[in-house]
Design a protein around this ligand. Structure first.
Ligand code: NAP
Length: 338
């Protein structure tokens, strides 16, 4: 351990903990011992951390951390590598990185498997960098690896103004897809078009499936990124093109879905989905390398940039949760320690 590390042994850090299941007010600042990195892990001094809807679900008690993960919320950070096991990676002590963490991001310090860190993209603030991992890892895997979205294809992204949606719109557009979105207000629809969507459908006033079918002369879209499920599934299956792929990343509209299964045969459709958090460190590390190679150049060239809704001081974590819960945001909310 470094001299600085020795000084920190026994040191405490600030964390935002969930006192019990409930609203934003159940988050409370507390002190905990600075965690020690295990084999294969590094200790980060956190500069900024992002807030995501899964954090709200964890706070409400309906999305518990997987076994072995910290009970402190927070799935993404930007920070400096202080010490730990960088073997087998290109990380070095002192490096500014972004990290997809398994929990514990709402803190001064955080441990993370080294493979889940990526050098922070050049040109981004700490808050912007912290806002990358959760949505970029999720979208890259689901839209491109599972959904197989290709240049020239049509994709429909539900919740286009969300953290996930705003990332999906930009990445899909940058990689040559034609992007359509749904959003719940005209203002959000306008923001999605500014982000790169060709067509934004207000799902409260229009039937997205009908709009898609009419606008594509009945052909449909090649891929749908769905965070609603429930009764959306039947409509989605009805507006996918031949060989279309439906990728489900959340079930905000319910888990049960009834749909015409014969369409899967007649139009050769696929339905898939995944959740990122319980996946192995090896899986997340492989995803990190893929992002580093294929997506980081898009970020560093300015073609893709996390869309920030609010950057707040860490002390305002309750307000950050209130803002995300209110649902007026477009893009991401992140908090900084400085
Ligand atoms: N599977 C995974 O690995 C994974 C990882 C991260 C997040 N997620 C999930 O992905 C979702 C988005 O996460 P986030 O952090 O980006 O949250 P967020 O910014 O709070 O976004 C939630 C979005 O859901 C949209 N929505 C709700 N009902 C809708 C409907 N009926 N039709 C269309 N859109 C609807 C909202 O759109 P409006 O505000 O326009 O109504 C909002 O933009 C969450 O459900 C989260 O749990 C999954």
């Amino acid at each position: 351990m470094s001299d600085e590390g020795l000084e920190r042994a026994g040191a405490v850090m600030r964390v935002a903990e969930i006192t019990h299941a409930g609203g934003p007010e159940v988050l409370r600042w507390a002190e905990r011992p600075v965690p020690r990195p295990a084999a294969g892990e590094v200790l980060l001094r956190v500069r900024a951390f992002g807030v995501n809807r899964p954090d709200l679900l964890q706070r409400k008690g309906v999305y518990p951390p997987p076994p072995g993960a910290s009970d402190i919320p927070g799935l993404e950070v930007c920070g400096d590598v202080l010490e730990g096991d960088c073997s087998g990676t290109s990380l070095r002590v002192g490096q500014r990185v972004v990290a997809l963490v398994n929990g514990g991001g709402y803190a001064d310090y955080c441990v993370v498997p080294a493979g889940q860190c990526i050098a922070a993209p050049r040109g981004l603030s700490d808050a912007e960098a912290a806002a990358i991992p959760e949505t970029f890892f999720t979208v890259w895997h689901n839209l491109f690896q599972r959904g197989g979205l290709k240049s020239g294809e049509h994709v429909l992204v539900h919740g286009g103004a969300s953290g996930i949606g705003s990332t999906a719109v930009q990445l899909a557009r940058a990689l040559g897809a034609r992007v359509w979105v749904t959003a719940g207000t005209e203002a959000k629809c306008k923001a999605c078009v500014e982000l790169g969507a060709e067509r934004a459908i207000n799902y409260r006033s229009e039937d997205f499936a009908q709009v898609v079918r009419e606008a594509t002369d009945g052909r449909g879209v090649d891929v749908i990124l769905d965070m609603v499920a429930g009764d959306y599934v039947a409509r989605e299956v009805g507006c996918l093109a031949d060989d279309g792929r439906l990728v489900i990343v959340a079930v905000q509209g319910g888990t049960a879905a009834a749909f015409d299964a014969s369409l899967l045969m007649r139009r050769r459709l696929s339905i898939t989905g995944s959740t990122l958090r319980p996946r192995s460190s090896a899986f997340k590390a492989a995803l990190a390398r893929s992002l580093e190679q294929q997506v980081w150049p898009l970020i560093e060239s300015g073609r893709v940039r996390p869309r920030m809704y609010a950057v707040l001081p860490a002390a305002e974590i309750v307000r950050a949760h209130q803002l995300l819960e209110a649902g007026d945001h477009v893009g991401k909310i992140a908090l900084t320690w400085n």
